[in-house]
Design a binder for this molecule. Structure first.
Ligand code: ADE
Length: 233
């Protein structure tokens, strides 16, 4: 996968991509992440790419021409499956969306800033507008990092045990069951006996029941999406 990120603040992002699983995925050649500093496409001698909004509202708008030049320059080099714009009024990011994006070859993410980008960019270049939640961030960089993380960890080979990505919360419409590791008892707090039983069928059933119960308690909105017994092991 190739991921091109268009941003006014590449430094805000590079640190995140140089750590942990996302770093390992790049080293293994599973993903190539390329940052593009939009200031490099400025048409002014000051390097700015924002301008006052028509109509006199407060704030600044990312101008159409430098952003278009950056996107088009990249599009001349390869075909992008999606040109994503991060915006609080976009489609809500979700696990199914991460799954879908993880199957793509080339993704571009434009990080919004200020009051956002000139609407003509959204109309003519953007194929997908994505929000990571109902709150407003100062810019799209964190949203792009969240999306990249959720997508890259799904690439085959990115995390050691591939089963563990499939067992994540939300992959089956349920939150994940509780996990324990050694010791079996700490301050009298015991690991549930079933997990120490060695009976894999029983353990699977316990995990499923716990996931359902947790989902019922914590995310009842998810429960209505799964039919009774549909995932019963
Ligand atoms: N930019 C500002 N707020 C955002 C959000 N919630 N999601 C995605 N991009 C954003």
């Amino acid at each position: 996968m190739r991921l091109d990120i268009l941003t006014l603040f590449p430094n805000m992002m590079t640190m995140f991509f140089e750590e942990s699983i996302i770093k390992r995925a790049q080293k293994k050649g599973l993903v190539e992440v390329v940052f593009h500093d939009l200031h490099d496409y400025s048409l002014t001698k000051y390097g700015s790419i924002d301008d006052y909004p028509y109509g006199g509202a407060a704030g600044m708008v990312m101008a159409v021409e430098p952003v278009a030049n950056c996107i088009e320059g990249l599009q001349k080099e390869r075909r992008y499956d999606e040109v994503i714009y991060t915006a609080p009024d976009g489609e809500m990011f979700s696990q199914p969306m991460a799954n879908e994006l993880s199957l793509k070859e080339n993704l571009m993410i434009l990080c919004g800033h200020y009051k956002g980008v000139d609407e003509r960019i959204r109309e003519h270049f953007i194929t997908r507008e994505i929000s990571i939640g109902d709150y407003v961030l100062t810019g799209g960089e964190l949203a792009a990092a969240v999306m990249a993380d959720a997508v890259v960890r799904l690439l085959p080979g990115a995390i050691g045990d591939e089963q563990s990505a499939l067992a994540d919360s939300f992959q089956d419409g349920l939150v994940a069951p509780p996990e324990y590791t050694r010791p079996p008892e700490f301050r009298g707090w015991r690991v549930p006996d079933v997990l120490l039983s060695g009976n894999h069928a029983k353990i699977e059933q316990w995990r499923y029941d716990q996931a359902v119960e947790r989902t019922r308690q914590r995310r009842p909105d998810l429960i209505k999406n799964i039919s009774k017994d549909s995932h019963r092991k």
